[in-house]
Design a protein around this ligand. Structure first.
Ligand SMILES: [Fe+2]
Ligand SMILES: [Fe+2]
Length: 235
C-alpha cells in the first residue's frame, strides 16, 4: 500500500501530551479509504536494515545528543584504560534515553541489553542510575553539578534508588557501576563528532548480536528493539 497516508500519534506514556484523547479522536476522524494508522516503516524515519545490529540504532534511530553522550563516555572509558566490557557498558548506559524512554532509564537500559551482554555489564548499567546521585570521591566521583540544575539543590533521592545504591555499594561488582558514573560526562567538546564505527570492535567482541537482528530473535526484550524500529506503530 504505497499510496496510503499513515497517521501517527504521540506515545500514551507522555500523559501530559496536550489533549491526548482529542488527538486520538482527531486521527480516528481522518480515517477513510487511503488514510490509515501508522504500521511498519515510517517514511519520515531513516530505513533500518532487515537484520539490524546495535550500531544501526546509533546511526539511524537514536537522538544525536544522546548518541554523542554515549560515544564520548565510551571513548573516555577507553582513554582511561578501562576493560572493554566497561567501555561497552559506557556505550550502552543511557541507551533507553537515546531511543525508547527516559523515566527509570537505568532499569530499561539494563533490560534491553541483558540477553546480549555479560551479566555484570547489564547490572552496572541498571545501578548507574542510582549511583549518579551518590558521591564517591575516593573513586573519583563527585555529585554532578548538572544535577543541581536538573533537579534543584534540595532534591531528595527516592527510596527505591537509595535501596538500589545500598545494594550496589555492598556488591562485589560495585566498581563496575561506579566506573560507568565516572565516565558519565556532560561536557561536550564543540565540533567533536565520534563515528560509532570507533566501537565496532568492542561491540563485535562483547555484544552478542542475534543472527536474526535485534528485534527479531524472539528474546524477552525483542519488542523493545522493534518499538525503536517502528516507534510510531498505532498498536
Ligand atoms: Fe544515566
Ligand atoms: Fe549518561
Amino acid at each position: 500500500m504505497t499510496d496510503v497516508q499513515r497517521l501517527t500519534l504521540p506515545q500514551p506514556i507522555d500523559l501530559l501530551h496536550e489533549r491526548h484523547s482529542e488527538t486520538i479522536m482527531d486521527r480516528l476522524g481522518q480515517l477513510r479509504p487511503g488514510v490509515v494508522m501508522m504500521s511498519g516503516d515510517n517514511p519520515a524515519l531513516p530505513k533500518m536494515p532487515e537484520r539490524p545490529g546495535l550500531l544501526d540504532f546509533f546511526r539511524h534511530r537514536f537522538d544525536s545528543f544522546t548518541v554523542n553522550h554515549l560515544l564520548q563516555s565510551a571513548r573516555r572509558a577507553r582513554e582511561n584504560g578501562c576493560d572493554e566490557k566497561i567501555v561497552l557498558a559506557c556505550l550502552l548506559h543511557d541507551i533507553s534515553v537515546a531511543g525508547l524512554i527516559r523515566a527509570d532509564h537505568g532499569y530499561w537500559a539494563a533490560q534491553m541489553i541483558a540477553p546480549y551482554v555479560d551479566e555484570e555489564v547489564a547490572w552496572g548499567v541498571e545501578k548507574h542510575q542510582a549511583l549518579r546521585f551518590f558521591a564517591d570521591p575516593e573513586n573519583g566521583y563527585d555529585y554532578p553539578e548538572a544535577y543541581n540544575r536538573f533537579f534543584g539543590p534540595d532534591h531528595v533521592v527516592p527510596d527505591y534508588l537509595r535501596q538500589s545504591y545500598a545494594a550496589a555499594r555492598a556488591h562485589p561488582w560495585y566498581m563496575t557501576a561506579r566506573v560507568i558514573t565516572v565516565n558519565d560526562i556532560y561536557t561536550f567538546a564543540e565540533g567533536v563528532v565520534i563515528d560509532p564505527a570507533e566501537f565496532e570492535d568492542v561491540v563485535g567482541r562483547h555484544f552478542k548480536t542475534p543472527k536474526e537482528g535485534l528485534g527479531f530473535d524472539n528474546s524477552p526484550v525483542a519488542h523493545m528493539w522493534r518499538s525503536m524500529i517502528w516507534p510510531n506503530n498505532f498498536l
